[in-house]
Design a protein around this ligand. Sequence first.
Ligand code: PEP
Length: 253
Amino acid sequence: MRKQIAAANWKMNLSYQEGEKLLDDILEAGIQLAPHQYTLFAVPFPYLIMSKSEVANEANFYVAAQNCHHKKSGAYTGEVSAEMLQSIGITYCVLGHSERREYNGETNAMLAEKVNSCLANGITPVFCCGEPLDIREAGTQNTFVAEQLRESLFHLSAEVIQTLIIAYEPIWAIGTGKTASTAQAQEMHHYLRAVIAEKYGTAVADEIPILYGGSVKAANAPELFASPDVDGGLVGGASLSAPEFIAIIRALK
Ligand code: PEP
């Protein structure tokens, strides 16, 4: 079965101590993940090592960075490279979150470089894509999101692209409390899988987990995750509450 993933995105929230307590509270629930189920915690850089040691003995629980720079090293004050992440044992990195695209001017071309940099360092990208509200209202969301995939990922070989995780996050649903309907999420995920299949074949497209992100919470996760092409969620706000995130992990197929 395709990997099913509950990924927490803490963004720029929580103190170190609050983060540690949140992880303790979630792990105390003693969730046993099936071999195809995974949980990721995308935490701020200063919490990566602590979080990694918190989950060290938990099967299929991993830590992710929320971003990395596309260059290997050099005069980029304040930046963190994929090589640095690799040197502390980080194996997942969120790339292209809409907040970074908006506030940090990340382009599809820049993200292609970040993807390459992660892969060169043994880090699996969790590649975010999704359309803003005006694009959704104009009805051109499919072309918009397919373009994000094509420009940032379609230079990869079939062997490599099938190791990635994609997160579809309609921007109008992030942090707004407005979730895409289950039908809207399924429709986009199915479409993206078809776009991937067109270039790489069905077997490759069927291998790639596509997570939904945008106001996922305990109450809507079971219905969203039950859709055949929705392989779990990338969760912001609700991942900051232990009971909410525990329920979201438990909603994985
Ligand atoms: C996110 O941070 O990727 C996200 C989807 O946030 P939220 O769940 O708060 O909408």
